[in-house]
Design a protein around this ligand. Structure first.
Ligand code: ADP
Length: 409
């Protein structure tokens, strides 16, 4: 009788154990004594270990995915059928897909760009492909590089990168090299033409001198171009100016004034030179600019010499210093020259941009002056503003914010 009872109790314990294991709920573990108790404790420990390791795995996966989510590059995981398993927000922005809604969609159905389709058809692509991005417009191009890698069993990883700025920088570099080559080739061709003339023709002394003078002019032009190029590269390559240094504005303007008068005499060639006025004021006498003397001098002298070069002899050039209500300081260079049509104004500070190419060259221009001015002002926390009216004249203004200048004690 006792044995039967024992077998029944044992069977009932076994039944409880089996029902609990089926449910797999740790909190509902049966409390039993004897062998069944040992067994249930052991099973409970194993279950707890398994739950812990699943939770740790899930946490690792979450951390991993949020790390990829924070990446500046786009990541899309595709299954063996090229269906999207997961994508981060960056890839979604690059490609115009939705990280949740488009899960399990075939990527080829979502991205119809022929460049992408052709790329996906290649079995083992080596290089990335560059295609138009989701927000690409003719007016504001967006270029995305996509690279595909195979992993696991037939799965694929797409890595995307925004290369718009990189492509723009590369195009600018190409344009710049082409422009520099062109600018150097022009005087060089003239120069070698004169050399050939001198070598082949039997010229009298006067003619020889005339040719040599023309050759010297071309050499000076090339020298000016190389100097401006070196200035630009110095501005790009050196650290921002030290703002502990102060430069008296009056000393900069004194140097500019003598430069302007000298240039005006050369340009006027005996005719009445320009009327050049540097308005004196206590502000001009006392203002100290914070920054690099050499750079500030180059910016100001570019503006003043431009005013002389683009104003017919006899015209007026006026340089004044003003303080605005926000305590910023402006140096305005006004001329009564040819003026500039409104459509050119936004492009004047681009390298080698000229309104009138031949006029710029005739007067010894390199097309880099205003690019240098803009760069110097950016490095000094200031700005260049240009207003102009055709046939009336122009005003080029350098503005320094309140924290970039002060009154001499
Ligand atoms: P450049 O060496 O050709 O003068 P800049 O960069 O100094 O090059 O100026 C760019 C262009 O802006 C010039 O080619 C000229 O067309 C125009 N420009 C600059 N300053 C003046 C000015 N004071 N009056 C009229 N046009 C100007």
């Amino acid at each position: 009788m006792a044995s039967i009872l024992w077998v029944l109790v044992d069977a009932w314990r076994g039944y409880r154990m089996r029902s609990w294991l089926r449910r797999g709920d740790l909190a509902m573990a049966p409390q039993m004594s004897g062998w069944w108790g040992v067994l249930s404790d052991r099973a409970r420990k194993l279950l707890r270990d398994r739950e812990r390791s699943i939770a740790a795995g899930e946490q690792r996966l979450k951390d991993f995915l949020s790390a990829i989510q924070a990446s500046p590059n786009g990541v899309v995981m595709l299954d063996a059928n090229a269906q999207i398993e997961w994508s981060n927000q960056t890839a979604a922005n690059h490609l115009g897909i939705h990280p949740e809604r488009d899960v399990m969609q075939r990527v080829g159905n979502l991205l119809r760009d022929p460049v992408f389709t052709a790329y996906m058809a290649v079995e083992h692509p080596v290089d990335p492909v560059v295609m138009a991005g989701h927000r690409h417009r003719m007016s504001s191009p967006v270029r995305i590089s996509v690279q595909r890698h195979r992993y696991g069993e037939g799965k694929q990883l797409l890595l995307t990168r925004d290369v718009t700025l990189l492509e723009q920088a590369e195009a600018m570099r190409r344009d710049f090299v082409a422009n520099v080559s062109h600018e150097i080739r022009t005087p060089l061709t003239v120069l070698s033409g004169f050399v050939e003339t001198l070598q082949t023709l039997d010229l009298d002394t006067d003619e020889q001198h005339r040719y040599l003078a023309l050759m010297a002019l071309q050499a000076v032009r090339m020298q000016g171009l190389v100097e401006d190029l070196l200035t630009l590269s110095r501005l790009e390559g050196s650290p921002v100016p030290n703002f502990i240094n102060t430069v008296p504005l009056s000393s900069l303007l004194v140097a500019c004034e003598s430069e302007a008068r000298g240039l005006s005499d050369i340009i006027a060639k005996g005719a009445p030179p320009h009327h050049i006025a540097f308005e004196s004021s206590s502000l001009l006498d006392q203002a100290l600019l914070m920054g690099e003397q050499r750079e500030l001098q180059s910016a100001l002298s570019n503006l003043v010499t431009n005013a002389v070069r683009y104003t017919p002899a006899g015209g007026h050039i006026n340089v004044s210093v003003e303080q605005a209500a926000d305590a910023s300081l402006s140096i305005a260079v006004r001329d009564t020259g040819a003026g500039i049509a409104a459509e050119h104004l936004p492009r004047l500070t681009e390298r080698f941009y000229r309104v009138d190419r031949s006029r710029s060259r005739e007067s010894g221009g390199t097309g880099l002056g205003l690019a240098i001015v803009k760069h110097v002002m950016q490095r000094h926390g200031g700005s260049l503003s240009i207003t102009s009216e055709l046939a009336k004249g122009s005003c080029f203004k350098l503005t320094f914010p309140a924290n970039r200048w002060r009154i001499a004690p």
